[in-house]
Design a protein around this ligand. Structure first.
Ligand SMILES: O=P(O)(O)OC[C@H]1O[C@H](O[C@H]2O[C@H](CO)[C@@H](O)[C@H](O)[C@H]2O)[C@H](O)[C@@H](O)[C@@H]1O
Length: 279
């Protein structure tokens, strides 16, 4: 991922978005971007104020979406307060349409294989490893036992080779998933086709593909503006921050950045401390 254009100023990015709101979209990763990182994935909820900000934003621009590795049903639950959001789960293998989860047919064919992977992981891996069975993706979490990272990665690589699966590394996690052409980059590339401005917020390795999708579109279409926002963290954040236009310090700071964007729309009250950050 290479940065090729002059640095974008936050105020310019915001005003270009406001002036073409009907062609603008906002895309968000979930864990580590809109929600804190915790040991128990099941205990995580969006940070205070995030859902409300997204709902406001969804009324102001063309499209606001969550693009996550979580199952779509999980996202539907966590973002029920923002019904206008578009939800892409399992790296785009699932979406929510009219309140119902729709799973990609090609990915669905892998359900029996992934069930077997979850069973074998439970049998083979030490019990300190948290196995998150997302039906079409098996996540192997070593946050409670970082010393077991090597063992987890070796097991995962063997299983991927044996069964023809893909691996995705993340924050103290390795995931095994079907070899279908879906990732955050393919989702974003498709969803921005009708847009002229798009922002993507992320914190992790898989979000780099979404950044690349914005960059690729910019290279083909000089009228398009992509805005990459990295949410800082010491685990996987550096790589993303290096190629981001802006960085926020933590998921808890994401709503404040959105306030600066929202307040720039006509008729919106000014954000507290507007213009003082995100340069
Ligand atoms: O695409 P995302 O929405 O960012 O999902 C990526 C993974 O997030 C979750 O794992 C991460 O957050 C957990 C909860 O804070 C944390 O315990 C774990 O160490 C992190 O890797 C989720 O559990 C995974 O399924 C997602 O793939």
């Amino acid at each position: 991922m290479a940065t090729s254009r002059a640095p974008l100023r936050f105020a310019e990015a915001v005003s270009a978005t406001v002036s073409e709101s009907a062609g603008s979209g906002f895309f968000f990763d979930y864990d580590g971007t809109l929600a804190p990182i915790m040991r128990d994935p099941g205990a995580v909820f969006p940070v205070a104020g995030a859902v409300a900000r997204l709902q406001v934003l969804a009324r102001l621009v063309s499209k606001v979406a969550i693009v996550s590795a979580r199952p779509a049903a999980y996202l539907r639950d966590r973002f029920s307060g923002a019904p206008q959001l578009r939800l892409f789960g399992l790296y785009g293998m699932q979406t929510v349409e009219d309140g119902r989860v729709r799973t990609d047919a090609e990915a669905e064919l892998w359900a029996p294989v992934m069930r077997r992977v979850a069973e074998e992981a439970a049998r083979d891996l030490p019990r300190e490893i948290l196995i998150e069975d997302k039906a079409l993706i098996v996540a192997l979490h070593y946050r409670s036992a970082p010393a077991l990272r090597g063992a987890v990665e070796r097991w995962s690589s063997r299983k991927a080779a044996e069964l023809g699966l893909r691996e995705q590394y993340g924050r103290m996690v390795v995931e095994l998933r079907p070899p279908v052409e879906r990732d955050k980059g393919t989702v974003v590339a498709r969803e921005i086709e009708t847009l002229t401005r798009a922002w993507y917020f992320g914190d992790d390795l898989s979000d780099g593909r979404a950044f690349d999708a914005l960059r690729g579109r910019e290279e083909r279409d000089p009228a398009f503006m992509g805005v990459r926002v990295a949410v800082a963290n010491t685990e996987t954040g550096d790589e993303l921050a290096r190629v981001a236009d802006f960085t926020v310090a933590s998921p808890e700071d994401t709503p404040a950045l959105l306030d600066h964007v929202i307040s720039a729309f006509p008729g919106r009250p000014p954000a507290v401390g507007a213009g003082s950050r995100h340069r």
